[in-house]
Write a new protein. Structure first.
Ligand SMILES: [Zn+2]
Length: 306
């Protein structure tokens, strides 16, 4: 008795033929899309293992949904961000939280092993950042402005600015090949006024992905439900239940849209769509790095106007 019956009926043959054509079609479609456009590569650099998530978790989610590649980097390991825990054990807990965020948002998440609360703009850390930007082959780099209230945020801003030209210089960090094209550097939004207020050159409507962003933040249990409420004096507000916590976090961290950001949304999306936006994230173009035209910004932020 034969083990395999290789005789097929006409119907089976037809089904097999159409399946084969369908598979072939899918293969070629994917190949054509890939051949036409390399996915954009975005690297967002924050001081702590939740900064990128707070400032641009929505924009990152939109990039990922469109098939582009996003990496978050925390320049410190977060080992000071708690009122009861600290040191290596806290750093490990926070690294695990970042990897859960990576899973939830579909981003890569790296944590550099520098102490939280003690960051300085040293040459050693500048070289760490230059290597991260080069290894990611970044088209876009986003970081804090260097006039933030927190010294770690401020020095992260300085460190990334200090890397902006050097990423293309072959003799600096010669173990990592330099970028052939200087990326566009931008700043995360903040509310600091001196020496100059933040300018929202780009504003992204993140209303469609706000729940995803909040779901990402929710993975930082040590921060949003423990440390940040404690240091800001509202620890008694934190709800117990999982769903209650998510709703509370959305209320707390969803954020409003100020007049300047609303104007920028109008420029990129038109007044009708901008008026409907409930949540937004904005970015300012840094004067260092490549200087993009509006057309180039639309290419680099393909969710604009959509
Ligand atoms: Zn921070």
């Amino acid at each position: 008795m034969p083990i395999f019956n290789l005789e097929f009926s006409t119907t089976e043959k037809l089904t097999m033929k159409s399946s084969f054509i369908a598979i072939l079609f899918c293969f070629f479609t994917v190949s054509i899309v890939e051949a036409q456009e390399r996915p954009l590569r975005i690297i967002m650099i924050g001081a702590h293992p939740d900064d990128c998530d707070i400032k641009s978790g929505g924009t990152a989610s939109l990039f990922v949904e469109m098939g582009h590649k996003v990496k978050f980097v925390s320049v410190t390991n977060g080992d000071a961000g708690h009122m009861e825990e600290g040191g290596g054990m806290l750093a490990k807990r926070r690294i695990a939280e970042t990897q859960e965020v990576a899973r939830r948002l579909g981003v890569a998440y790296d944590v550099l092993d520098n102490h939280d609360g003690e960051l300085l703009p040293t040459l050693e850390i500048r070289l760490q950042i230059i290597r991260k930007i080069r290894e990611w082959d970044a088209d876009v780099v986003i970081a804090p402005r260097p006039n933030d209230y927190h010294p770690d945020h401020r020095y992260t801003g300085v460190l990334v600015q200090d890397a902006a030209y050097m990423v293309g210089v072959p003799n600096v960090a010669p173990d990592t090949p330099p970028l052939s094209k200087n990326p566009v550097f931008l700043y995360f939004q903040d509310h600091f006024q001196k020496p100059n207020p933040f300018e929202p050159h780009v504003a992204i409507d993140i209303t469609p992905v706000i729940d995803k962003k909040i779901h990402g933040l929710d993975a930082h249990v040590s921060q949003f439900y423990e440390w940040l409420p404690w240091i800001a004096g509202y620890a008694d507000e934190v709800p117990e239940g999982k769903e209650e916590r998510i709703a509370w976090l959305k209320e707390k961290r969803g954020g409003g849209i100020n007049d300047e950001v609303r104007k920028s949304l109008e420029k990129w999306y038109g007044p009708a769509k901008a008026a409907k936006a409930q949540y937004a994230e904005a970015f300012e173009v840094c004067e260092y790095g490549s200087q993009p035209s509006d057309e180039e910004l639309k290419r680099l932020f393909p969710m604009l106007g959509k």
